[in-house]
Design a protein around this ligand. Structure first.
Ligand code: FE2
Ligand code: FE2
Ligand code: FE2
Ligand code: FE2
Length: 325
């Protein structure tokens, strides 16, 4: 395991309430000594994008299955898997995202406290200013949930670091996935950008905790693994899902396909090439190669989604019949 810096210094952590928000939660980053801070920041941003794509494609797959468009549902599920198990996991390995169980808990506590005390309260106040009471209520509820996550992670860290502490720290319950209803965005002003930022943070936390759970299981801490899995399910199946409903993430399957094509093309032609070139400028040749491979994969994703998007009826959310593929 490479040496890592103290937490919370790798990326600027800013709650933006009056400009487009890119407010990733504190504790999201580690700084391996072998790559530049700029490349590390790009890798962390890339992981947020991959985690978001994973979460969005799962939701799009559920909508396509509901529309009886099983070929489209399969492609969304397959691509979601690649975003998670290939792209996100590859970036996580590259950046040493996973540390010791105590390191992972310290990182998780910092992120949860930031969301509970800074990010979500600010987003809730902004939602009130934007006249979106529903979002203000969700952000306030999530702030409370993140506080509980922080408390549970802190109790688990105490149990791991103090042999005299109570080992029966609370782990919470796993929350099952539920469909995200299709619909239009429900807020205006700055809140849509804050929802987008929060969804990226929730998706990232969810996949990060899945990796932390795997580490805890292998390290012989099954109760800690349960705690991370329960938190993972709440971040994705409740927090991301509630925000996605407010954001109008899921639309008709045809619109979802077109959104996916645009996102993949953006990653393939702009985002990852920029990360690649910046990494090369900083002498991070391994990172440059990884970003280049990701750009190529995203181009393949874009073309697969584009192939199907022309075959799906466009105007109706509930359309029966299989598309040709
Ligand atoms: Fe990807
Ligand atoms: Fe949380
Ligand atoms: Fe959350
Ligand atoms: Fe992709």
């Amino acid at each position: 395991m490479r040496a890592r810096s103290a937490l919370g210094v790798g990326l600027a952590v800013v709650v933006v309430v009056s400009a487009p928000a890119v407010a990733y939660a504190a504790g999201d980053r580690r700084e391996p000594v072998s790559i530049s801070p700029a490349t590390q920041a790009d890798a962390v941003a890339a992981m947020h994008g991959e985690a978001y794509a994973y979460a969005a494609y799962r939701a799009y797959a559920a909508q396509a299955a509901d529309d009886n468009l099983e070929t489209v549902a399969k492609l969304f599920r397959k691509t979601a898997s690649q975003e998670r198990y290939d792209h996100f996991a590859g970036l996580a390995r590259f950046t040493d995202l996973v540390g010791s169980d105590v390191d992972n808990l310290t990182d998780a506590i910092a992120g949860e406290r930031y969301e509970a005390t800074v990010m979500y309260p600010a987003f809730a106040r902004q939602a009130q200013r934007d006249g979106c009471t529903a979002a203000a209520e969700v952000f306030t509820e999530l702030s409370g949930d993140e506080k509980h996550h922080a408390q549970r992670f802190a109790a688990a860290r105490d149990a791991l670091t103090d042999p005299g502490a109570d080992q029966q720290f609370p782990v919470g319950e796993r929350i099952p996935a539920a469909p995200i209803p299709a619909g239009s965005p429900r807020c205006t002003g700055q809140t849509p950008a804050n929802l987008d930022s929060a969804m990226h943070g929730e998706a990232f936390a969810s996949l990060k905790y899945a990796l932390y759970a795997g580490h805890a299981q292998l390290a012989g801490h099954p109760r800690l693994a349960r705690l991370f899995r329960a938190a993972r399910s709440q971040e994705l199946n409740e927090h991301f899902a509630e925000e996605a409903a407010l954001a109008g993430l899921v639309r008709s399957t045809d619109e979802n396909l077109r959104t996916a094509v645009a996102g993949e093309q953006q990653e393939a032609t702009t985002t990852y090439p920029a990360y690649r070139d910046r990494a090369a400028q900083h002498g991070d040749s391994d990172a440059a190669q990884l970003f280049n491979e990701l750009a190529q994969d995203e181009a393949v994703h874009a073309s697969r989604f584009a192939c199907l998007s022309g075959s799906v009826p466009g105007r109706h959310t509930h359309v029966h019949g299989q598309p040709q593929s």
